[in-house]
Design a protein around this ligand. Structure first.
Ligand code: FES
Length: 287
């Protein structure tokens, strides 16, 4: 069993589809049609992940998450909502959710988010970096980045962006360095890094491949492309090849839906890709 998941939603159709997607992938799925029912289940069983709706009668998702946090400060939570808004993203983030998924979502996206959230719980934190990624010189450059932004409001995001450009990814040691420099809690830095898909805690290969799993790309066969790349390179989503030439990840809509399905390699956008074309495309980068 890959993990124990609790899905909370007042719509039966959503509960059923989460169950249908996650159970065959090896997850044990329990469902609750209300926050109250979910709190009762949480008293009886241990879960690796809660997937919860926000708009529910009697108790909404935010109040539910607040109660969950008092019982279990460490459990991972993913929000699913048909009414996404900046405000609810902000409030959910303050409750340390690991992801926020607007409905409707594709099966592969739900699976991807679930796999990542459960993996995060099992590892506790992302792996520590290799020594060459965090040298004294890197630490000094991180200090320069922090100094440049620290007195400006909303400094965390630009500091993370520039730090990721510098190191290539944001391992825990870099997050701790940033948290110390900005006098922010490590949990806040970690929450932002895990939330935004453009931040990564894993090292990248020389060429980074991103396959869009947004709805337009999904309906045009992105799932097959993901499989083809995984088989072709011998790595899973989120992995890096042994020679560090390629890393491979999936992302939400890249804003190029007219070109679906879309694959981005480094900064190059490739549209109308199919499973046959994609391996030829990668050969060009290999050369
Ligand atoms: S859904 Fe893939 S680019 Fe928009």
């Amino acid at each position: 069993m890959k993990g124990n998941i609790l899905v909370v939603d007042d719509e039966q159709v959503v509960l059923k589809s989460c169950e249908r997607i996650l159970t065959p992938e090896g997850y044990q799925v329990n469902t609750a049609a209300s926050a109250k029912e979910a709190l009762g289940l949480l008293d009886k069983s241990q879960y690796d992940l809660i997937i919860t709706d926000l708009m529910m009668p009697e108790m909404n998702g935010l109040d539910f998450m607040k109660q969950v946090r008092t019982k279990n400060p460490d459990i991972n939570i993913v929000v699913i909502t048909g009414y996404p808004s900046q405000e609810s993203i902000k409030e959910s983030l303050s409750l340390r959710i690991v992801d926020y998924l607007p409905k409707p979502f594709s099966p592969i996206l739900l699976l991807d988010v679930t796999n990542k959230a459960v993996e995060l719980k099992k590892k506790g934190v992302a792996p520590e970096p290799q020594a060459e990624d965090y040298t004294e010189e890197t630490a000094a450059k991180l200090d320069e980045i922090i100094k440049k932004h620290k007195d400006r409001p909303g400094s965390l995001i630009p500091v993370l962006q520039e730090s990721q450009e510098l190191v290539g990814y944001l391992p825990p040691v870099v997050q701790r360095h940033i948290a110390k420099g900005l006098k922010a809690p490590v949990s806040e830095v970690h929450g932002v890094v895990s939330f935004y898909s453009f931040f990564t805690m894993k090292p990248k290969g020389k060429h980074n491949i991103r396959v869009c799993l947004g709805t337009a790309c999904y309906v045009k066969g992105a799932e097959e492309i993901v499989k083809k790349i995984g088989d072709g390179l011998g790595i899973e989503v989120g992995g890096i090849t042994g020679d560090k030439k390629f890393s491979f990840e999936t992302v939400r809509c890249l804003g190029a839906c007219g070109l679906a399905p879309v694959v981005v390699v480094d900064k190059d956008t490739h549209g109308s890709i199919n499973p046959v074309k994609v391996l030829d495309l990668l050969k060009d980068y290999e050369a």
